[in-house]
Write a protein that binds this ligand. Structure first.
Ligand SMILES: *Cc1c(COP(=O)(O)O)cnc(C)c1O
Length: 480
């Protein structure tokens, strides 16, 4: 496809407006010449060509509104459009971020209520909505853990993180100055209890646990895990990015977690294509409440107000009060579904993942054959052994069948991992069609492996040199 620059013809324009009857000013005398650039080389095209160019480009994109998007770990679920209409109400979009509390009572009420809903759903004492995404929420949570031990007059240097964790977990620990140590998984895909016992000392500030973990498996020994961590005075951090698997069914607060972060842009249905915007609320138990970021919203006789009056706070982690529009969408999702609806969403998400797991089990290696939660993890090991076809080839071939590939090569403990998260909104017909495509690909791998190695065949560009694209990205067009 031609670039917009290549479509350019000198003198062509996207506007035709009448000659101005305002006398022209001599630009050379009006402003300092050094600010004038002459060699801009902007494309010159007619309006219709401009519109077609970008519309055609957008049609080459893929999103959850176009087709099935079974990306594991990073819930890419369908976002009901009612969330968008609520978030675009002028009272939300038009408010100045510096507006006085008195003039923003409705918006403050929404934030306040959202904190309460989340506290109820997750069984935590209090939430902050300030962090901008999951990883930022983790950082905020670990900062609070650090402050907690400072206040206790204790110096702890380590954080334990399972080998299935998302890469942001060790990054958040390290950013706060902790040494991160890796906890092995057992052959069931859960925490290796003996290994945890050997790692858990009085130098460990916290265990950062994702439950269900990134294998889509619920940690069966969670009570014992928390006993071991508490036994040495440590805290339990919960990575809540997989909350789509337990809304209305289990509450991290009841399971013993002291702090969790959520990803509203995953679990609570707000679009985050291209990486943002997100929202990463952090919930804490009573023991960490004093360290929450400021400002915090308080309800007084005069209405809702922001307050900085929390002496032990870790301070501010973001300008203003978080990604407000994302919060409005998540709030709308919670209000429109209600408690029953949230629980039903989770039940369907888990049912759909297990349906796919059972249907594909005869064709792909399933390293942990247990009832899964919201996602299931296969391995492409069998295909590698049989025909030298790798997981990446399977993923690329799925594009030709009209599906976004699932997450691959994660979690790291599964060789040739293929991680599928169907989410709750997909119909049985969609799941069946996807499984059919996967089964066809498994057959192709045996009979015609070359077609997988050449895939995708239906796209503008086939395979990028991913290393070169990451190390030396060439994104600049130069006139020749
Ligand atoms: C997505 C994800 C994160 C990071 O969240 P971001 O919003 O992308 O920063 C952390 N942990 C898990 C398990 C995740 O899936």
């Amino acid at each position: 496809m031609e670039l917009i620059f290549e479509k350019s013809k000198p003198g062509r324009s996207s506007v035709s407006i009448q000659q101005s009857d305002v006398p022209a000013t001599d630009i050379d005398t009006a402003i300092d010449k050094k600010y004038l650039r002459t060699e801009l080389d902007l494309p010159e095209v007619a309006e219709v060509d401009l519109i077609r160019h970008y519309t055609n480009l957008s049609r080459r994109n893929f999103g959850v509104d176009l087709g099935f998007y079974p990306l594991g770990s990073c819930t890419m679920k369908y976002n009901p459009k009612v969330n968008e209409s609520a978030a675009s109400l002028p009272g939300f979009t038009g408010l100045h971020p510096y507006a006085a509390d008195k003039m923003a009572q409705g918006n403050l009420q929404l934030i306040y209520e959202m904190q309460q809903y989340l506290s109820n759903i997750f069984g935590m004492a209090q939430f902050t909505l300030q962090p901008a995404a999951g990883a930022h929420g983790e950082l905020t949570g670990v900062m609070m853990i650090k402050k907690y031990f400072e206040k206790q007059g204790e110096k702890r240097h380590r954080i334990i993180i399972p080998d299935t964790a998302h890469g942001t977990n060790p990054a958040s620990g390290a950013l706060c100055g902790f040494e991160t140590i890796t906890l092995r998984s057992n052959n069931e895909g859960g925490v290796d209890i003996e290994h945890l016992k050997s790692l858990m000392t009085e130098d460990v500030a916290a265990l950062m646990l994702t439950n269900p973990n990134t294998l889509g498996l619920f940690e069966r020994n969670i009570e014992e895990v928390s006993r071991i961590v508490y036994g040495k005075g440590g805290l339990l951090y919960g990575d809540g990015a997989n909350a789509n698997a337990f809304l209305g069914i289990a509450r991290p607060g009841d399971l013993g977690f002291d702090v969790i972060q959520l990803n509203l842009h995953k679990t609570f249905s707000t679009p985050h294509g291209g990486g943002g915007p997100g929202s990463g609320p952090v919930g804490v138990s009573k023991s960490l409440i004093d360290y929450l970021p400021v400002p915090q919203i308080v309800k007084t006789a005069d209405g809702y107000q922001w307050s900085d009056n929390f002496p032990d706070t870790i301070g501010r982690v973001r300008t203003f009060y978080g990604n407000f529009n994302v919060i409005v969408k998540a709030y709308t999702y919670i209000r429109s579904l209600g408690a029953e609806g949230l629980r039903h969403a989770t039940e369907m998400a888990v049912l759909n993942a297990n349906y796919i797991k059972e249907k594909l089990k005869p064709y792909f290696d399933l390293p942990y054959d247990r009832v899964c939660m919201h996602e299931c993890v296969f391995s492409g090991k069998r295909q590698v052994a049989e025909s030298g076809v790798h997981t990446t080839d399977i993923a690329k071939r799925l594009i030709d069948f009209g599906y976004h590939p699932p997450t691959i090569y994660f979690p790291l403990i599964v060789p040739e991992a293929i991680m599928i998260e169907p989410t709750e909104t997909e119909s049985k017909e969609t799941l069946d069609a996807f499984c059919e495509a996967m089964i066809t690909i498994a057959c192709e791998a045996k009979e015609n492996p070359q077609i997988l190695k050449d895939a995708p065949l239906s796209t503008e560009i086939n395979r990028l040199d991913e290393v070169l694209a990451a190390r030396k990205p060439d994104v600049c067009w130069k006139k020749t």
